[in-house]
Write a protein that binds this ligand. Structure first.
Ligand SMILES: Cc1ncc(COP(=O)(O)O)c(C=O)c1O
Length: 370
């Protein structure tokens, strides 16, 4: 039993979260969640320890559900049918670490190339793995500078190239074109190469963008990671990583204690988040994901127009849900939870963001301008 004081504390926290969720426009997390029917699974100590595709002595698990999630995303990312593997991660960061881990096992002396607008966790991941890296300049829209990339790789033609590509950068939702990157590697005759795509935000919908960015396995990726709590939406951070199986086979070790292979980064693994993702993809399917994208894009277009009409310089990359605006005041930043870096802030029209939210934000901004 909780004491009255502790209960009141929870009530106050609940109230606070309810209010803040009405002013949540700056982080790329869907805010239209409805997972109540899964609450009953919270009574079990479920854990997907070990490889999702192998039985384990630990049977309080959701591995079959996890497998279906992996199959769905492998299909969405056009992974080679007989050569893919994946698992549900704790988020984009872990999926990115996994891709880089596979790359390092393949090319321990490789150099990792990523753009200066890459998520802050990537430099840390590379440091964990003891890999060398070179940071590449970005173009004005946040996309990697292909000339700078080419010149940098040219100086290191004697070592394998590990490319960490962004399919939606954190601040501007810019997409690096991995076909162009492949061409650079071809031109420089770099045969030992690995391309990881960070699709934290855009991975689940990139296939439906028009024009479609080059980001998946058919385009040349060796692994793709997404966050589950971003576009799809989840109350718990989660993600999915899909990789070529032949690379994963190099790292697995059989562990007697769990009766499975150790192919993932963590030991214990969340068995509840696969249920959340499974329910979302079953309800949405590919058509639903596409429709979800289109309604978010409509709000994004509305945001740019409405802000420009009020004299606020707002822009977005083609098809993006991220609207880049000049740095907002402390008041607006805190009230609307707008991520801000250097002289930019951004608004992200994720599922759950309506034109009414945007109108209220613009009213706050224009009040200050006046
Ligand atoms: C481009 C990009 N990559 C990776 C991440 C990290 O993802 P997660 O927070 O799911 O670990 C983010 C988070 O915002 C991101 O924007």
């Amino acid at each position: 039993m909780l004491s009255a004081v502790d209960k009141a504390r929870l009530d106050a926290l609940y109230q606070n979260l309810s209010e803040n969720s009405q002013h949540f426009l700056g982080y790329p997390c869907a805010n239209d969640l409805d997972y109540e029917n899964l609450f009953r699974f919270l009574q079990f100590p479920i854990n997907n320890v070990g490889d999702p595709f192998q039985d384990s002595t630990y049977r309080l698990a959701t591995r079959e559900i996890e497998q279906e999630v992996v199959h769905f995303f492998a299909d969405l990312f056009r992974a080679p049918q007989d050569d893919y593997w994946g698992y549900v991660t704790n988020g984009g960061t872990e999926g990115n670490l996994y891709g880089l881990y596979l790359a390092r096992e393949l090319y321990p002396n490789g150099v990792v190339y990523f753009s200066e607008e890459t998520h802050y966790s990537v430099a840390k991941n590379v440091h964990f793995l003891g890999l060398r890296h070179i940071m590449i300049r970005t173009l004005e829209n946040g996309e990697i500078d292909y000339e700078d990339l080419k010149e940098s790789i040219k100086l290191h033609r004697d070592v394998p190239a590990i490319i960490f590509a962004n399919i939606g950068t954190t601040m501007k939702e810019a997409k690096d074109d991995i076909r162009q990157i492949q061409k650079i590697l071809d031109d420089l005759v770099i045969q030992q190469r690995y391309i990881h795509c960070d699709g934290a935000l855009c991975g689940p919908f990139a296939q439906f963008l028009d024009p479609r960015p080059a980001f998946d396995f058919v385009d040349g990726a060796d692994s793709v990671a997404i966050s589950g709590h971003k576009f799809i939406g989840s109350p718990l951070p989660c993600g999915v990583v899909i990789a070529k199986k032949r690379y994963v086979d190099r790292i697995g070790r059989s562990i007697g204690y769990i009766g499975s292979m150790d192919t993932t980064i963590t030991g214990s693994r969340n068995a509840f988040t696969p249920l959340l993702l499974w329910q979302a993809i079953k309800q949405l399917g590919k058509d639903g994901l596409k429709a979800r994208l289109q309604s978010c894009q409509a709000v994004a277009a509305y945001t740019v127009d409405a802000m420009n009409a009020k004299g606020i310089h707002a822009w977005r990359n083609p098809g993006a849900l991220t609207i880049v605006i000049p740095k907002v005041s402390e008041f607006v930043k805190n009230k609307w939870q707008l991520a801000t870096q250097d002289d930019h802030s951004h608004v992200i029209t994720m599922p759950g963001v309506t034109t009414a939210h945007i109108d209220a934000l613009i009213a706050d901004m224009t009040k200050e301008l006046a």
